[in-house]
Ligand binder design. Structure first.
Ligand SMILES: Nc1ncnc2c1ncn2[C@@H]1O[C@H](COP(=O)(O)O)[C@@H](OP(=O)(O)O)[C@H]1O
Ligand SMILES: [Mg+2]
Length: 276
């Protein structure tokens, strides 16, 4: 695919694997910084941390996407100052978070990801999530399906085989909101797993967790790629207030509303009669 007539509908599996290769190149750039004894951390205007790794990955991705998918606009967390009047005209664009989970990167716990999403008419239609330390790729497109690749082996993402008796709920390692505890009261017995970055969506897609309620702030680039993967695997991501799918580029504000992500096949268990 080499021209700007490309739309989400014509993205092929080969195109998707090209984006996987771009994510790998960005991951390599991140790992060069990760391997250094000391790297400096600065803070952006919103006080979120940024490192040389975020910027290196950003440059790798932007250069490669611009070369391989000519004419498709790009928005990155590290180059987000694009006027709403400009980007509201975009029907198709790349939305990237070169390093999601910067706090986890700084803590060196491996729970960070490279995220590249293709947005078409407000919908995250394709995405690649790469966790370099875990050597794991998650990728998918709505019209193609979703896959995980580990140690060079690709397998389809299908969620959990049967609903679990005790659901596994995932939350942020670094940003657990007070609203979350209240929300969780509606569930009976459940297990909670904390993990950084967009890996939470991927855990739903691969069936290692069931529910990801995000009752706290995220930006559109934090969620787009992983939402595309999860929905391509059969899961859902809906706004907490409206129950409508989480969308992109529909408002000038880049912050997402609260949302609930569910694994493929998730069915909320009704409280058993013993609970009364
Ligand atoms: N107050 C806030 N406003 C906007 N985004 C926030 C935020 N607090 C956390 N986030 C987002 O949450 C992401 C990390 O998610 P998690 O806590 O699930 O690991 C961060 O991504 P970055 O690491 O790319 O900055 C950041 O964008
Ligand atoms: Mg992020």
């Amino acid at each position: 695919m080499t021209d700007n007539t490309t739309t989400a509908q014509t993205l092929t599996k080969q195109d998707l694997l090209q984006v996987v290769a771009i994510a790998k190149a960005a991951g390599d750039a991140i790992m060069t910084v990760y391997g250094q004894d000391d790297f400096s951390v600065s803070h952006k205007a919103d006080d979120s941390p940024v490192t040389a790794a975020d910027l290196a990955a950003h440059h790798v991705i932007v250069a490669a996407l611009a070369q391989q998918f000519v004419g498709i606009p790009i928005m990155s967390e590290e180059a987000a100052d694009i006027a709403w009047d400009v980007r509201r005209q975009w029907h198709t664009y790349w939305l990237i978070d070169p390093l999601d989970g910067t706090k986890e990167f700084i803590k060196r716990n491996g729970e960070f990801t490279v995220n590249i999403a293709l947005i078409h008419q407000g919908v995250a239609v394709a995405g690649v999530v790469y966790a370099p330390v875990l050597d794991t790729y998650y990728y998918g497109a709505k019209h193609l399906g979703a896959w995980r690749q580990q140690a060079g082996q690709e397998s389809p993402l299908l969620g959990a085989k049967t609903p679990r008796e005790i659901p596994i709920i995932v939350g942020s390692r670094s940003h657990l909101s007070p609203d979350m505890a209240q929300y969780l009261q509606q569930f009976g017995e459940h297990d909670i797993l904390s993990i950084g970055s967009s890996l939470k969506f991927c855990m739903l897609a691969e069936g290692s967790a069931d529910l990801y309620p995000r009752l706290g702030p995220t930006s559109e680039w934090d969620t787009a790629a992983a939402q595309a993967v999860l929905e391509s695997a059969g899961g859902t991501v809906v706004c907490y207030d409206s129950g409508e799918p989480l969308t992109y580029n529909q408002k000038s504000d880049i912050l997402n509303p609260y949302f609930i992500a569910t694994a493929p096949g998730w069915v909320k268990q009704q409280p058993s009669i013993d609970a009364y």
